[in-house]
Write a protein that binds this ligand. Structure first.
Ligand code: MG
Length: 452
């Protein structure tokens, strides 16, 4: 019954504490994941939200009960779990975090032996085990063992500093001043530590790591008022904001303007492609700015369906050298194939230090698009309406190309739009992005009118 209130997808099992998410469910999922793996050890960690102190031990119990050894790395960013899985040659990992969801939520994110989100197929097998009685609880002398292994934040930072394509000396010379807003989440220690190692003067905002989300947890512009004010007050060069599990990074420029999460990826793409040739992979909801900038470097751009595992899969197929999602999630696969706010931060600083530009000047060199994201309640006839819309799309958009992999995405002369149903909520999302503010607003209105 409680399961009804859970949100399940390949990016995790999410629920509100006491209304779906609880320790017995977490223990059952731990046991099911251990059964799926069969052997080997599992790395576990969590973000700072207080309910994690209840959920994580339950996950560990479940794993141990099916004979799996557990390495508990404590409070860490999600990408730190991914790195530890790879480094320790573990069979998998579980991070207890509801990412950008508010404090009342918690969730389990599952990783395979590559330290990547489990694939849709692995997820189906996990859920099948969870829903059946085939979990193999072991007798007392065959249980797994738990080891605590602190220090992984430090290791994550050290390894991030070693990227060859990061211009460390230029970053040092630039003497950046940066305000970090970690929403008191898992990035509270990691992000300031990383920056200080690069000679950056760090001003800490919401970096107590106590799990009190003093702003909206998602690092979108409307939640960054405090950071914007702090950047202006301290005359900082920029502001960094991450979500509670530090896999997404948003930027505030030196004028105190939140430039939007989209451009974190654009700048990271510049930083990588200026040093390295190869394809770029982004999802179908990502701003065209990133494609335009990647093309300036002669990079071939591939689009994947929305969702980190889809981006990573496409990167593997196409040998992408940089990729990610427009929500501030940067993936640099030479290091590990997952979104990582620390990676995003060093790439942004390296780019600014190399170009010798301020953040607003750097952004000023990008093509200008106007973007509106809206959502509406999903109706039963949504898929037939999609078909009808496609038939008459020419009337709204003129000549266009259509991609049907994730809802519908239309590319037309002045821009693009995508309409798709959400993977996690009973809603549909519409994104319109064109070179004209008026056209973006008009299309957004017209298409919403069609679907409502
Ligand atoms: Mg996150």
């Amino acid at each position: 019954m409680a399961q009804k209130q859970l949100v399940k997808s390949t990016s995790g099992i999410r629920g509100i504490i006491g209304k779906g998410m609880n320790p017995s469910l977490a223990a059952d999922y731990g046991a099911a994941f251990g059964t799926l793996l069969g052997r080997g050890k599992v790395v576990v960690g969590r973000d700072t939200r207080p309910s994690g102190a209840m959920i994580l031990p339950a996950v560990k119990s479940g794993l141990v009960s099916v004979g799996i050894d557990v390495v508990d790395i404590g409070i860490v960013p999600t990408p730190t779990v991914e790195i530890a899985v790879k480094q320790l040659r573990a069979g998998g990992g579980i991070c207890v975090t509801a990412s950008h969801n508010p404090a009342e939520w918690n969730a389990l994110k599952f990783f395979n032996d590559r330290g990547e989100f489990i694939t849709p197929d692995q997820y189906r097998r996990l859920d099948k085990i969870f829903n059946s009685d085939i979990t193999s609880h072991k007798p007392f002398n065959k249980l797994g063992k738990v080891t605590e292994q602190p220090g992984w934040v430090e290791k994550h930072v050290e390894r991030t500093l070693k990227f060859r394509l990061v211009n460390r000396s230029a970053i040092r010379r630039r003497k950046f001043k940066v305000v970090v807003d970690a929403v008191n989440g898992a990035g509270s220690q990691a992000l300031p530590l990383l920056l200080e190692r690069l000679g950056v003067k760090v001003i800490r905002l919401n970096c107590d790591g106590d799990g009190r989300f003093t702003r909206g947890a998602e690092p979108v512009a409307r939640n960054l008022g405090q950071l914007r004010r702090a950047v202006s007050k301290h005359r900082a060069d920029l502001g960094f904001a991450c979500d509670p599990d530090a896999d997404r990074l948003a930027l505030v420029d030196e004028k105190g303007k939140a430039i939007g999460e989209e451009l974190t990826l654009t700048i990271a793409v510049q930083a990588v492609l200026s040093k390295k040739k190869g394809p770029t992979v982004i999802n179908l909801s990502t701003s065209k700015v990133t494609e335009d900038v990647a093309r300036q470097f002669g990079s071939k751009v591939y689009y994947s369906k929305v969702g980190e595992s889809n981006v990573v899969e496409m990167m593997r197929k196409t040998h992408g050298v940089i990729g990610g999602e427009g929500n501030g999630g940067v993936i640099y696969p030479d290091f590990h194939a997952g979104r990582d706010a620390l990676v995003a931060a060093v790439l942004v600083l390296s780019q600014l230090a190399t170009s010798k530009k301020s953040l607003s000047e750097e952004v000023g060199t990008f093509p200008k698009y106007f973007n509106i994201k809206t959502k509406g309640q999903l109706k039963k006839n949504f898929s037939s309406r999609l078909k009808q819309f496609e038939k008459q799309a020419r009337r709204h958009l003129g000549r266009h190309r259509v991609d049907r992999r994730d809802g519908l995405r239309f590319d037309f002369e002045q821009g693009w739009l995508q309409i798709r149903s959400s993977n996690t909520e009973p809603i549909y999302r519409l994104i319109v992005e064109t070179t004209s503010k008026t056209l973006t607003a008009k299309l957004s209105r017209d298409v919403m009118g069609f679907f409502s």
